[in-house]
Design a protein around this ligand. Structure first.
Ligand SMILES: [Mg+2]
Length: 312
């Protein structure tokens, strides 16, 4: 029987991801931790942050959610076409591996072979857009790894990029089914996942969060580059250090420097699935570009998910 599936997690995850991306958009690539230090010392008011326009993180998540909702599941062919439409019409904030994969798709390479390989393929591009795949698996984890792989290889044919995305999708799926407990979530995730660099980093991030390490110390140690094992582990740290307070999760992620928008998008997708849409401050959501459309999309994805699993 399918598990409980919480509609508030669908809306919470997608909207919090977009908020993290929009709040982090003007901070991407920032190297200094001055603002984070000020925030930790109570000298920085998070409400002064600017909710800017979304970037690639939200745009590709929206494309993923639309595809899953339209196909009642993960279909690589449909999904790759939707990514390509976004690339041709906007492509704002696109990453290096995704750019090269989109060029291959444009040149007629099949979606299964379009994804980037090699060291630059270990980036964040799959983890940042995978939340809808996790939400689709709230009713059951069967097939989750396969679906994350289909979503991922379109742009990143890289084990670490796919594993990092699977870790995020697992959290979102467990949270959206109401099964997630913060106290044992990383232990259960370690049992579920293959051994990999990302899981080593996530386990370290969980220790740092439990030890109350200051974010100004933890985030540089976890890594500020754009590799998936850095960004996803630092998103876990920002989430696990204060999982009941989504504003703190997103603000810490944004002020953490490095790939700020993607870290905040990923942390937001997990925290939003866990806490639900009610946790999101109206003073942010009312400024968010396309907020109503995101809510409507989350409702379509929820209905497609429940319908697909009822037939399974
Ligand atoms: Mg971005």
């Amino acid at each position: 029987m399918a598990r409980k599936t919480r509609p508030e997690s669908f809306e919470g995850s997608l909207v919090a991801l977009a908020l993290g991306d929009s709040l982090g958009a003007t901070m991407e690539g920032y190297r200094s931790h001055d603002l984070l230090t000020a925030y930790e010392e109570g000298r920085y008011d998070p409400w002064q942050m600017q909710v800017a326009l979304w970037t690639d993180d939200t745009a590709m998540t929206v494309a993923t959610a639309q595809s899953v909702a339209a196909c009642n599941g993960m279909m690589g062919e449909d999904l790759s076409k939707r990514y390509l439409v976004w690339y041709r019409t906007s492509g704002r904030g696109i990453g290096r591996a995704t750019l090269r994969a989109m060029e291959r798709l444009l040149n007629g390479v099949p979606w299964e072979e379009a994804g980037e390989t090699g060291q630059w393929a270990a980036g964040n591009g799959v983890a940042m857009r995978v939340a809808p795949v996790g939400l689709f698996h709230a009713p059951g984890l069967v097939g989750l790894a396969e679906d994350v792989n289909i979503c991922g290889i379109i742009t990143h044919r890289n084990e670490e990029a796919i594993n990092a995305a699977l870790a995020v999708a697992w959290v979102v799926a467990e949270a959206a089914s109401g099964n997630l407990k913060i106290s044992n979530c990383v232990d259960k995730l370690l049992q579920y996942m293959p051994a990999c660099r990302t899981m080593d980093s996530i386990a370290r991030a969980a220790e740092m969060a439990a030890d109350r390490m200051p974010a100004t110390k933890a985030l540089p140690e976890l890594g500020l580059g754009g590799m998936a094992y850095e960004t996803v582990a630092s998103a876990f740290f920002c989430w696990l250090r204060n999982p009941e307070d989504i504003v703190d999760v997103i603000v810490t992620s944004v002020l953490g420097a490095g790939d700020a928008d993607t870290r905040a998008a990923i942390a937001g997708s997990m925290a939003g699935a866990y806490l639900g849409a009610e946790s999101l401050p109206v003073r942010w959501t009312r400024q968010l570009d396309g907020h109503r459309a995101l809510v409507a999309l989350s409702q379509r994805l929820y209905k497609a998910t429940v319908d697909a699993w009822a037939k399974a």
